[in-house]
Design a protein around this ligand. Structure first.
Ligand code: MOS
Length: 708
């Protein structure tokens, strides 16, 4: 009960308010919304990885039925080359501006016709001639072009005397780990419908933050942000791939202006792979030194990732090394390698997911070499304060996650030796990994009106990309106003509502809940002496503490049990348990569902997902779900996520975000379990059939038996 005697909605499991509409088809996604006089654009993408367009011959295309025209660099309007994102100017957004091609998949033309079928057929007849130049897509942390990554997220760590501590260590693990280029693969492909009216741009767009996208579009098109109106009512997943301003909305807006009609650009699955960002490949060297008793003395994590020269980006793999364990010396380094590839962007626990795979594998290797239980090693090295900054943690329930997870998982019965547990032909193993994910809140604004009929209209520019944000925020608003959820009308997904960070960085719901809570407070003060309706608005920008005295993270311990068939190379995850400390949970049903989804993403990363480029052409050869494997239902027989009691003191309601932490620790737990099953340490993801078979064959050769 809250102070007004109404049952609190926060903390209660409730199904998504729009769930029924989604499963019955009446919730409209962008491509479902009818727009009169709509024309359709078909995106044409470059087939060379580097070079120039010599000529585009549209003669046949223009002769096809229904074709309105072709937009390319010769007739497209000028865009602002300085427009960009959080990371700075992003030249990948300046579409159709010149003949230069910086990656295969770069959109180079838009064919516009009366129907999508006509546009597609006509686009197939567009003749593009290229002057190809040699490309470089070969990623390695030793690439000659390697350079320090941007320090926009803060400086890397360097505490203590690393080399001295390594020299004084009883064991030193020094290994290199690799993760491939990956694609977000949201269920709903990117799609936008745009039209212009009296100098105002209107668009329906599948994205993760209508307000932030409206800022980028305003900058790109040299107009005031107030003249850009973007809506994203329902979005079929994002995973980071819809945080950036997508080619679909840029091209739709350009074409709508040019042809003076509403234009829709809907990407195919292949185009999503080719043209909408990816997680960059990483290569990571981890050195960890420990004494005989398992105390860590030195941690060195050097991570490198690929990016495009068109835009800055940070795959922040080094967060775990500075957060999870105490050690007298900790050094992190982050390097970027510019290549002729699709510009990467944030994906499902950016940095943390590949970073924790490398780092928590290395920690496991320390336990292996010291013959110490890997859970015990982790518990033994827990820091009292943040190991690098020396600041306290605002809340840190990682030990509880590890211990409670171990109890439920049955860790105490585990034989620590690898390759000893067999069931028929199968090798069985278990593994654990810990993970921390940076938490916080971004500025947001909310407006609440107390209506004359006793209901409350809550307006916030949040974006529900399938997480249940809408449902969660209704509960937050109801509690903050001291009313039942049925009295709340929530309006989201519209850039006109006001500044909002969108759904990203695991901070969407936390940021919006903060704004709603503060607005409700302001409204209740006004309500006392006013006639209805009464409205209050709050922007939390001045309320955000950017320099808190304490470090703020969410935590998780993930436990995995796998079976490995050494003959077929097949790894099956049999059990997966995640214990999470994510602050006060708003809606356990939806939070659990989101965390399980994240864990499945981690499983998919561990075993399946890999983008492959043809070295000769530089093109993706896995640009569909036949070539790019992601986990299906049958891959996860038994998966469980649960919470430990937690409260975030930096948030007025005790909340923290949980969008990405489900993903982040899972791949390491699975890789550690595969080692336990087989005795082979897989340091390259994914742990594919081929890699497992090769390792099994190597183990059968006498000279290689010393692996375990
Ligand atoms: Mo997230 S990868 O910031 O959508």
């Amino acid at each position: 009960m809250n102070p007004d005697g109404i049952t609190a909605a926060v903390g209660e499991s409730r199904p998504r308010v729009e769930g029924r509409r989604k499963v019955t088809g009446s919730a409209h996604y962008v491509a479902d919304v009818p727009v009169p006089d709509l024309a359709h654009g078909w995106m044409v993408t470059a087939t060379v990885s580097r070079g120039r367009i010599r000529d585009i011959d549209a003669t046949d295309t223009l002769a096809q039925p229904g074709v309105l025209g072709v937009l390319d660099h010769r007739n497209a309007r000028r865009l602002n080359p300085d427009a960009g994102s959080y990371f700075g100017p992003d030249r990948s957004l300046s579409l159709l501006q010149d003949e230069v091609i910086a990656y295969a998949g770069r959109p180079i033309a838009l064919v516009v016709a009366e129907t999508p079928e006509q546009a597609r057929a006509a686009a197939a007849m567009l003749r593009v001639a290229y002057d190809a130049e040699p490309h470089d897509i070969e990623f390695s942390m030793n690439h000659p072009a390697v350079r320090p990554a941007s320090t926009l997220f803060g400086p890397e760590a360097d505490t203590g005397d690393l080399e001295a501590e390594l020299a004084a260590s009883t064991v030193v693990v020094d290994e290199v780990y690799r993760t491939p280029e990956e694609n977000h693969s949201a269920m709903e492909p990117h799609v936008a419908t745009a039209w212009w009216e009296d100098g105002h741009l209107h668009a329906l767009d599948s994205n993760q933050g209508p307000f932030t996208i409206s800022q980028v579009m305003a900058s790109l098109f040299f107009i005031d942000r107030d003249r850009v109106h973007i809506r994203a009512e329902h979005v079929g997943g994002g995973f980071g791939g819809k945080t950036i301003c997508g080619a679909q909305i840029i091209l739709a807006a350009m074409a709508a202006e040019h042809f003076e009609r509403p234009v829709r650009v809907a990407l195919t699955r292949r185009q999503v792979f080719l043209a909408t960002g990816s997680r960059p490949p990483t290569e990571q060297r981890v050195r960890i030194g420990a004494d005989a008793g398992g105390r860590l003395r030195a941690i060195h994590h050097h991570a490198a990732f690929a990016l495009s020269p068109l835009s800055e980006y940070i795959e922040w793999c080094t967060e775990q090394a500075r957060t999870l364990y105490a050690a007298p010396a900790i050094r992190t380094e982050l390097s970027a390698v510019p290549l002729d590839i699709l510009p990467p962007c944030s994906m499902r626990g950016p940095g943390a997911a590949p970073g924790s795979f490398a780092f928590e594998s290395a920690v496991d290797e320390v336990a292996e070499r010291l013959r110490i239980d890997p859970l015990r090693l982790r518990l033994l090295n827990q820091p009292v304060v943040a190991p690098v900054s020396g600041r306290p943690f605002s809340t840190r329930r990682l030990v509880t996650c590890l211990q409670e997870g171990a109890r439920r998982f049955g860790w105490a019965q585990r034989d620590p030796r690898p390759r000893v547990r067999r069931e028929g032909n199968l090798l069985v193993g278990t593994g654990v990994a810990a993970v921390a994910f940076m938490a916080g809140a971004f500025p947001a604004s909310a407006t609440i009106t107390a209506e004359a009929d006793g209901t409350f209209s809550v307006r916030i520019g949040a974006c529900d990309i399938g997480t249940g944000a809408r449902t969660a925020l209704i509960a937050v608003a109801a509690d903050a106003l001291g009313v039942g959820t049925e009295q709340i009308h929530l309006y989201i997904g519209d850039s006109d509502i006001g500044p909002n960070p969108g759904a990203g960085g695991s901070r969407g719901t936390t940021s919006c809940a903060f704004a709603i809570t503060e607005t409700a407070k302001a409204l209740r003060e006004k309500l006392a002496d006013a006639d209805l309706p009464v409205t209050a608005s709050v922007d939390t920008t001045p309320l955000i503490n950017w320099q808190p005295g304490e470090e703020r993270y969410t935590y998780s311990a993930v436990f995995a049990e796998v079976t490995v068939d050494p003959a077929t190379g097949e790894v099956r995850v049999r059990r997966l348990l995640g214990m999470f400390a994510v602050g006060r949970v708003i809606n356990p049903l939806l939070a659990r569902s989101q965390l399980i989804g994240g864990m499945i993403g981690g499983l998919s990363m561990a075993l399946h997902e890999e983008e492959v480029r043809d070295p000769v052409t530089g093109r993706l050869v896995t640009a569909d779900f036949a070539g790019y494997h992601i986990s299906a239902h049958a891959d996860v027989p038994d998966i469980e996520a649960d919470f430990v009691a937690d409260y975030e003191p930096q948030d007025p309601s005790g909340f923290n975000g949980l969008g990405e932490i489900g993903n982040a620790g899972t791949a390491a737990a699975i890789a550690n379990a595969v080692w336990h099953a087989t005795g082979t340490r897989h340091r390259d993801l994914p742990i594919s059939l081929g890699r497992v078979i090769e390792a099994a064959a190597a183990q059968d050769r006498p000279e290689a038996v010393s692996v375990a």
